[in-house]
Design a protein around this ligand. Structure first.
Ligand code: PEP
Ligand code: MG
Length: 566
């Protein structure tokens, strides 16, 4: 078994067809620039025509947005800078191929050095464009992709969007590539077409031969070359249950989230970067319950500007088309270090200068984030959420900053959100104990069980030695959750949960019985959570909660919840 990263779930079993891209060979120089330009423009015209056709086919088979990925190639190739680079090279004596190679390489290098994962992945799109322009200029197009035998596992160095568009989708059992990442267009397209795919398998096209029997697990990233009959039987079984499960989950798309006896709950998704948007939308979430903005600040050497942040928040709010989007302000510190913020080494980082504590002491940085949020709130149902709150004073300070930023926007004549709901994460014992007081000052709560569990149990969430204590099933944590929900409801504000516990099917009956209003889970857990909620009715959930109240340890509670699990 070899390993890559699973980017499109499901088990694929089939026969390998290995696609090896030939390095293009061409004459460097050409004597007649006018003739070369003519060749280039003819190739360009054909490129645009073919790509438009592929985009239409892709829109039919996968969806409008996926078609747009290919239309993006037309825009890229027609980019005036790209065009002028190519023409200048031809004028200086290059052949059309050499000029295309030069300009595309320039773009590839530019994208690859951006340091931004999404932009880096766009380099693969330019490679795709370069390859296809070469094929058109040299009349060497590969038609192998449209005539693949049924049950093909496609193995390639890189699967480009145009290759994906050309292939006969019904024939493809799976995809294995050497390159590409989770956010590459090949990954996005594989997911949209529901083809199991594993990317980043080292030397895949060298290790796998044409005709090899291949099995792959698009969730775990495992690939078996010529598996034995025992492995194969096991994988066939897994494939069947995966397909039955996905078919069942697909029937829940577009359905309300409600218990068997009709009690509705809101089911939202958690996200970290705009690249999560496709998965979030595909899984039919009813809103975003947690956008962890710290990811926008990571893997770079300075904080994103107000404008950059505004663009991202606006993009997310716009994409959600009026559904609620809860954006959490910077939750830095603890286990999330952002080197350029110059945070000091601390003895107890989880108890230290983190999240809202840091933001309130770094007003310029916080001001920019809040202003970007206030401005983006003009474009949809944006709600602001503050992490790691421990006192009412913190909430009042954030509220005062938001009010002053709104006044600033008014003065500057910038459009902004006039009534932006403000919520707090309840993830510290202090917030739990003063939930009634916090509820009077805020519009909603969201329970962050990942942190709440560690703080209530005094067990660092990353410490293996203390892991036996870190359990959301512990009565101490469950009582905290019940108390938080009841305090929120006394003050008539809604309460959600965005920690991992919201997606735990064992806890679903308890959360329903406690009256949780909103479940916010990772994109792949949205439909499974809708399914679990649908299997319970309120009287049964109430009985489970009542019994759990009589139990004394995490182990007893977990065993009991497993025994009644649906
Ligand atoms: C939590 O603590 O439950 C939470 C959702 O926040 P994070 O995991 O980002 O700390
Ligand atoms: Mg947290």
């Amino acid at each position: 078994m070899i390993k890559g990263i699973g980017v499109s779930g499901g088990i694929g079993i089939g026969t390998a067809v290995v696609i090896k891209q030939q390095a293009a060979s061409y004459e460097e120089h050409a004597a007649d620039p006018a003739a070369e330009k003519n060749r280039f423009h003819q190739a360009l015209e054909q490129f645009c025509e073919q790509t438009e056709k592929l985009a239409e086919e892709m829109a039919q088979s996968a969806g409008e947005k996926e078609g747009e990925i290919l239309r993006g190639h037309i825009l890229m190739v027609k980019d005036p800078f790209m065009q002028s680079q190519i023409e200048e090279q031809i004028d200086a004596g290059s052949s059309a191929e050499a000029a295309v190679d030069f300009a595309c390489t320039l773009f590839i290098q530019m994208f690859e050095s951006s340091g931004d994962e999404l932009t880096i992945q766009r380099a693969a799109d330019v490679r795709d464009i370069r390859q296809r322009l070469f094929e058109l200029l040299t009349n060497s197009g590969s038609s192998a992709l449209s005539a693949l035998p049924m049950g093909t596992v496609l193995v390639a160095e890189d699967l480009t969007p145009s290759m994906t568009a050309q292939m006969d989708k019904a024939a493809i059992a799976g995809i294995v590539t050497q390159n590409g990442g989770r956010t590459s267009h090949s990954a996005i397209l594989a997911r949209a077409l529901r083809i199991p795919a594993v990317l980043q398998v080292e030397n895949a096209a060298g290790r796998i031969q044409n005709g090899d029997k291949i099995a792959l697990d698009g969730s775990s990233g495992e690939v078996w070359i010529n598996p034995n009959s025992e492995q194969l039987a096991e994988l066939e079984e897994k494939k069947k249950s995966y397909e039955a499960l996905t078919a069942e989950l697909r029937t829940l798309v577009g359905k309300p989230t409600q218990t068997a006896d009709g009690k509705q709950a809101e089911l939202c998704a958690n996200m970290g970067t705009p690249s999560d948007l496709p998965a979030v939308l595909e899984n039919d979430c009813e809103g975003i319950g947690l956008f962890r903005t710290e990811f926008l600040f990571m893997d770079r050497d300075k904080a994103p500007t107000l404008e950059e942040q505004f663009e991202v928040y606006k993009k997310v709010v716009t994409a959600l088309e009026g559904k609620p989007v809860i954006i959490r302000t910077l939750d830095v510190g603890g286990d999330k270090d952002i080197p350029y913020l110059g945070m000091k080494q601390e003895e107890n980082p989880f108890l230290g200068f983190r999240a809202v504590r840091y933001c309130l002491k770094n007003q310029a940085l916080f001001h920019d984030q809040l202003k970007a949020l206030v401005m983006a709130a003009a474009f949809g149902d944006l709600r602001i959420m503050v992490p790691l709150v421990t006192t009412v004073t913190e909430v009042r300070e954030v509220k005062a900053m938001i009010a002053s930023i709104q006044a600033e926007c008014q003065e500057e004549g910038i459009s902004f959100g006039k009534t932006i709901p403000l919520g707090v994460m309840i993830e510290t014992p202090a917030a739990c104990m003063i939930a009634d007081l916090l509820a009077k000052e805020t519009d909603f709560f969201s329970i962050g069980t990942n942190d709440l569990t560690q703080y209530v149990m005094a067990a660092d969430r990353g410490n293996q030695e203390a892991a036996y204590l870190y359990s959301t099933y512990d009565p101490a944590v469950l009582r905290s959750i019940e108390r938080i929900i009841s305090s929120a409801h006394t003050s008539k504000i809604p309460v959600g949960m965005c920690g991992e516990a919201a997606a735990d099917p064992l806890l679903t009956p308890l959360l329903l019985a406690y009256g949780l209003d909103e479940f916010s889970v990772s994109a792949p857990s949205v439909l499974p959570t809708r399914r679990t909620i649908a299997r319970w009715n309120m009287p049964e959930a109430g009985q489970v909660a009542e019994h759990v109240r009589s139990l004394s340890t995490a182990e007893e509670i977990q065993t009991y919840l497993e025994s009644v699990q649906k």
